[in-house]
Design a protein around this ligand. Structure first.
Ligand SMILES: Cc1cc2nc3c(=O)[nH]c(=O)nc-3n(C[C@H](O)[C@H](O)[C@H](O)COP(=O)(O)O)c2cc1C
Length: 217
């Protein structure tokens, strides 16, 4: 099933968006990056997540990425901030796809509500759903509002077959001056996050353990 979905998304991308993405992130250089990364200090989880109609898990009140974001915050004692676009994405899946496609094609930066002082944090997890090899454009809006110099950035994603799909490299390029974990970010299938939370929690905890993270509070 996972493979079929990945194939569907892969086939749709060039048609819909005239763009392409890698289905797997490169593991190259991870060790070097890991050695220089500071995993200590004050932590923040920033995420975007869509609620409403999800093609694989029906109508959801709490987004898949939101569920994983809460798990990470709980396990690490991090503060949490939700990126909320001023003009929310439609609840209808097809309408959401339409808007997302237009935003991607225009490389748009949709306005977002509120803000958080990332200056106060050392380690920032950034989570989002995989949208055709990119984070939703509102994630870039948030990133571009801030100075990332010296921060440790850790991407995580929920998806339905594409995994991280190279989005961690895009986050790394966007968070200028930050030390961004690439090749080792967390990718959890949305359906698992939504419907098998015990399994998702295990994956989150194992991943955090691999990063040498302990609960702070
Ligand atoms: C606009 C849009 C594009 C998507 N593109 C992909 C994709 O390319 N690959 C994939 O695996 N899943 C894709 N999905 C599925 C979402 O990544 C998946 O359902 C995710 O868990 C949703 O997270 P959320 O509930 O936090 O928004 C897409 C979903 C939407 C709405």
């Amino acid at each position: 099933m996972k493979k079929i979905l990945a194939l569907i998304f892969s086939a749709l991308i060039p048609v819909l968006c005239n763009t392409a993405y890698a289905s797997n992130t490169s593991e190259e250089g991870i060790k070097t990056e890991e050695k220089t990364m500071n995993m200590d200090g004050k932590k923040l989880v920033v995420f975007f997540s869509h609620t409403g109609e999800n093609y694989n898990v029906g109508y959801i009140e709490k987004g898949n990425t939101h569920i994983v974001a809460d798990m990470i915050a709980d396990a690490t004692g991090a503060d949490i901030f939700e990126i909320v676009p001023e003009k929310g994405y439609p609840k209808s899946y097809n309408e959401c796809i339409e808007i997302a496609k237009k935003e991607l094609q225009a490389n748009a930066r949709p306005a977002v509500k509120g803000d958080v002082k990332i200056e106060d944090y050392d380690v920032i997890f950034i989570g989002y759903p995989q949208w055709w090899g990119e984070p939703p454009m509102c994630v870039y809006t948030f990133i571009e509002k801030h100075d990332w110099n010296g921060k440790t950035v850790i991407p995580f994603v929920t998806h339905e077959g594409s995994g991280m799909g190279g989005t961690d490299r895009k986050i790394a390029a966007e968070c200028k001056g930050a030390n961004t974990l690439t090749g080792k970010g967390l990718a959890i299938q949305g359906k698992v996050a939504q419907e098998n939370q015990a399994s998702a929690k295990k994956s989150v905890e194992k991943w955090l353990e691999g990063l040498g993270m302990k609960k702070d509070k």
